[in-house]
Design a protein around this ligand. Structure first.
Ligand SMILES: *Cc1c(COP(=O)(O)O)cnc(C)c1O
Length: 371
């Protein structure tokens, strides 16, 4: 007899299934992506992207971005970013990025690996944002043959620190890129959250602002797996299909990477999902306002909230079962997803208030100020 869903779920500790806000990739698959996967699970179609779902998804991107871009589907963001950057560079080139960029801190050297050595040229940034000045500085610092030649810039939208570049900031960056002959790549693992935050069109935030290549994140937006790579300058996409195949990123049953995009893009679920996540971040910030010794570390532009709190308070939260990371941005990070339940935010806020109040009554004033 086949095991039912209930049997499998009861084998897992139910406490492990409660919503957590450590990352937006803790969430499951949204109904629209799930339904499209199910719809794609009928009959036989050709493999390796030669199927109607891949065509439909690619066209959905072209319609959404109002341009005839080249579209590719990769399994994850590390591959999408690394292969996109590799396509912009020779091995002796350099890619300017921010010190907190995912390509620098969380991709295990994959951009250098897939580009056969293009070096990341890291700028010290505030708020996780590159500035035209920092790009200019790195682009002009060394012009000699002993240093990698800067050839591309990568920015993350929204940033690893939960901030969003304004259209004016993007345009200023692309202007300095043009001046120095640098291609501009956007890591859009949370592209949808940035779009919802700025209330601008995807076209305005990308090619109309000078972005050459975008990695559009599906995983954190409600898919099981998958990122799309969009080339707005179609010349840059030449042979990218070979690059994906060689890197192990060509799905043979491509329709299951492509179909969920149809579900997300067709009726605007991508933007609704992101808007909900962003709203939840603001809601959390409102719920925890005024808690002693707990400070919101940076402006909330998208779906992240970073908290500064004494180590004892964070430990107290962990003891109550809450999961979160502190290695990003030097603060405790809470990320909200398409499915975030306000009731869980209320529970987290209540726990945070209780542990913080306990701490402030037991701790001496000097301990508080030291924290
Ligand atoms: C999550 C994320 C990615 C993608 O990571 P993978 O684990 O490789 O899918 C890329 N960039 C940023 C900024 C991210 O947060």
């Amino acid at each position: 007899m086949p095991r039912g869903e209930e049997d499998i779920v009861t084998e897992i500790d139910r406490a492990d299934l409660l919503q957590q806000f450590a990352s937006d990739n803790y969430a499951g698959i949204c109904p629209e992506a799930w339904a499209a996967m199910e719809a794609a699970n009928h009959g036989h179609v050709s493999s390796y992207g030669d199927d109607p779902w891949t065509v439909k998804a690619s066209n959905a991107f072209r319609e959404l971005f109002e341009t005839e871009c080249e579209v590719f589907f990769a399994f994850n963001g590390t591959a999408a970013n690394s292969l996109a950057l590799a396509s912009l560079c020779q091995s002796y080139h350099g890619v300017i990025c921010c010190n907190s960029a995912h390509v620098e801190t969380d991709e295990c050297g994959a951009p250098e690996f897939f580009s056969n050595g293009s070096k990341l040229l890291v700028a010290e940034c505030e708020d996780g944002k590159l500035t035209p000045n920092s790009i200019h500085e790195i682009a002009t610092k060394r012009q000699d043959i002993h240093f990698p030649k800067p050839h591309a810039v990568t920015i993350t939208q929204s940033t690893e620190t939960g901030r969003v570049y304004s259209l004016a900031e993007l345009r200023a960056i692309s202007e300095v890129c043009r001046t120095h002959g640098l291609y501009l790549h956007m890591d859009g693992a949370r592209f949808a959250n940035a779009c919802a935050s700025l209330a601008c069109s995807p076209a305005e935030m990308t090619w109309k602002s000078g972005i050459d290549v975008l990695c559009f994140g599906g995983t954190k937006n409600g898919m099981a797996i998958g990122e799309a790579v969009l080339f707005f300058d179609r010349k840059l996409a030449i042979d990218f299909d070979y690059r994906c195949k060689q890197a192990g990123q060509l799905a043979s049953k491509m329709r299951f990477l492509a179909a969920p995009w149809v579900g997300l893009l067709e009726n605007g679920a991508w933007l609704r999902n992101a808007a909900h996540a962003n709203m939840c971040a603001r809601y959390f910030a409102e719920q925890i306002a005024g808690i002693p010794n707990v400070k919101i570390a940076s402006r909330i532009d998208a779906n992240a909230v970073f908290l500064l709190a004494p180590e004892e308070v964070l430990a107290g939260l962990r003891k109550r079962g809450w999961k979160f990371y502190t290695f990003i941005g030097g603060a405790a990070r809470f990320m909200f997803a398409w499915d975030t339940d306000l009731v869980r935010i209320d529970a987290l806020s209540r726990d945070l208030r209780e542990v913080a109040e306990e701490f402030s009554t037991v701790s001496s004033p000097s301990a508080v100020s030291a924290a």
